[in-house]
Design a protein around this ligand. Structure first.
Ligand SMILES: *[C@@H]1O[C@H](CO)[C@@H](O)[C@H](O)[C@H]1NC(C)=O
Ligand SMILES: *[C@@H]1O[C@H](CO)[C@@H](O)[C@H](O)[C@H]1NC(C)=O
Length: 472
């Protein structure tokens, strides 16, 4: 890979002759850690390793314009103070020994005023957000989902009303036997059905038996199991009839929604714009104060930029100054980061390579002008024009893209599925998975637990009674 790149480098240089002979010159280039374009890793005692596409450009330019070059580190004290990019500008402007920065920069008014820039760009890119890909909504409470809270409340209220009305009717008929035979039949049936043979006070016992019988009836209808209402009184039949009708509508709409929610994947609404980030309660904005877009957001006095700037200022730890901290924070999956598109692609893909799943995605293009990125030199530097022409030549060769996208394996590994919109896969044919039915098993588990608990209580209670009132 390296050899191929060197061969291409030499071919590129040899293919065009140059008018410059600066063979006596020696330029010092600051190296900037700016993935996916360039990587700089510090070792002990001021040593470092660095590589990347902009390095290749710097090497190419030096070869074309026939000068010698050295890569030097940016002063770490300045990085901590101003952020990586601003530290590089500071050194380029103030440090006699520094002649250039080995990477491209977006041109802002402030930067143009302080430094020279090549009139031809070294890179072109748009802006996008890197955002965490939000997972599917939890199915744990899928069985609550179909109805909103007030509906559930009404369902429970109506269940209780129906049970109480029925029990009330039954008790009143029992107390006022104006048709003695029917009531007796009714009474006997209910009492037989529920098995009354203890010696407790009769009315209380009967009340509980009526309540129990009617609750079972109402619940049976609700759960589509069906059962016979004990009484043949008209009032009972009317209540039961309307209950059956009402329950039919409720139960059918409920099952319909549960079924459709089991057969479709429902993802949480994803973040696709700066407005979405401003509105999100889960995903926070992450800013780099030394990048052009970070600066724009932080100095804005109106609109969504100001909203985001305020949000970031409320959490100052979300405003950072170098690429290492950006990666570290982004990996937590809690932040949205606006930066150039190539960064977004590379970050999403590199995280896919790491985790083997798409934890992140790229937003739509942000509504900002496409950025033209130039090389910066000291104000009134005699190198600027020569480098502009050289960069134009380089751009024509297409090597700049080649270096970024192809020659550099760590940059963009294949992760195509991370760049497809998830809305395409709304309905699925796959079998229903365990995760879909968590709620059902949860209910079963709770029910079994409660049953065992009540069984144990009963057991203890009867033991207790046997001990306290021994037989005879
Ligand atoms: C760093 O420099 C110190 C003193 O100059 C030296 O003793 C030490 O071995 C160096 N460390 C490495 C890893 O080169
Ligand atoms: C880095 O910058 C600080 C502040 O300007 C300065 O005191 C320090 O000597 C610099 N360090 C190096 C290694 O140049």
């Amino acid at each position: 890979m390296l050899i191929r790149s060197v061969i291409i480098l030499i071919m590129g240089v040899n293919s065009s002759s140059s008018d410059y002979d600066w063979s006596f010159k020696h330029l010092n280039y600051l190296v900037v850690h700016n993935p996916p374009f360039d990587y700089v890793f510090r070792g002990p005692n001021g040593t470092f390793t660095s590589y990347g596409s902009s390095h290749n450009v710097a090497i190419w330019l030096a070869a074309k314009l026939k000068y010698k070059y050295t890569f030097v580190l940016i002063n770490q004290t300045l990085i901590d103070k101003y952020g990586t990019h601003e530290a590089a500008f500071y050194q380029l402007i103030n440090d006699e020994d520094v002649d250039g920065i080995a990477t491209n920069f977006y041109l802002t008014l402030n930067r143009i005023q302080r430094m020279d820039y090549t009139t031809h760009h070294g890179w072109v890119d748009g802006f996008r957000l890197v955002v965490p890909r939000l997972g599917e909504e939890s199915r744990l409470f899928a069985f609550i989902g179909p109805f909103e809270r007030t509906v559930w409340l009404l369902v429970f209220v109506s269940v209780f009303v129906v049970i109480i009305v029925m029990t009330l009717f039954a008790m009143i008929y029992r107390q006022h036997p104006w048709k003695a035979t029917e009531v007796a039949e009714n009474k006997i049936e209910t009492e037989l059905r529920t098995g009354i043979n203890t010696k407790e006070p009769v009315t209380r016992n009967v009340l509980f038996n009526y309540l129990g019988a009617h609750t079972i009836y109402v619940v049976n209808i609700m759960t589509n199991q069906g059962s016979r209402e004990a009484s043949n009184r008209y009032s009972f039949r009317i209540v039961a009839g309307f209950w059956v009708l009402g329950a039919m509508v409720l139960v059918n709409s409920y099952t319909g929604i549960v079924i459709s929610s089991l057969t479709t994947t429902k993802t949480k609404p994803s973040i696709d714009s700066l407005e979405d980030v401003a509105a999100s309660t889960v995903t926070k904005i992450l800013l780099r104060h030394d990048t052009s877009i970070g600066e724009q957001i932080l100095i804005a006095t109106s609109g969504v930029f100001k909203a985001l700037g305020d949000q970031a200022r409320r959490n100052p730890e979300n405003i950072v100054g170098d690429a290492f901290k950006v990666t570290e924070k982004l990996e937590t999956g809690r932040y949205a980061f606006p930066f150039i598109q190539t960064f977004a692609i590379s970050f999403v893909a590199s995280q896919f390579k790491k985790d083997q799943r798409c934890r992140f995605k790229m937003s739509k293009k942000l509504p900002l002008a496409t950025g033209y990125y130039s090389w910066l030199f000291k104000k009134n530097s005699l190198y600027t024009n020569a480098h502009s022409r050289a960069l134009a030549d380089l751009w024509e060769t297409g090597l700049a893209h080649f270096w970024v996208y192809k020659l550099f394996p760590p940059t963009v590994p294949r992760a195509d599925q991370c760049f497809v919109e998830s809305t395409n896969q709304v309905s699925r044919r796959a079998p229903i998975q365990l995760s879909d039915l968590t709620s059902a098993f949860l209910i079963l588990g709770i029910g079994t637990g409660l049953a065992v608990l009540s069984f144990l209580t009963e057991l203890l209670y009867s033991r207790f009674r046997l001990c306290t009132f021994p037989l005879g």
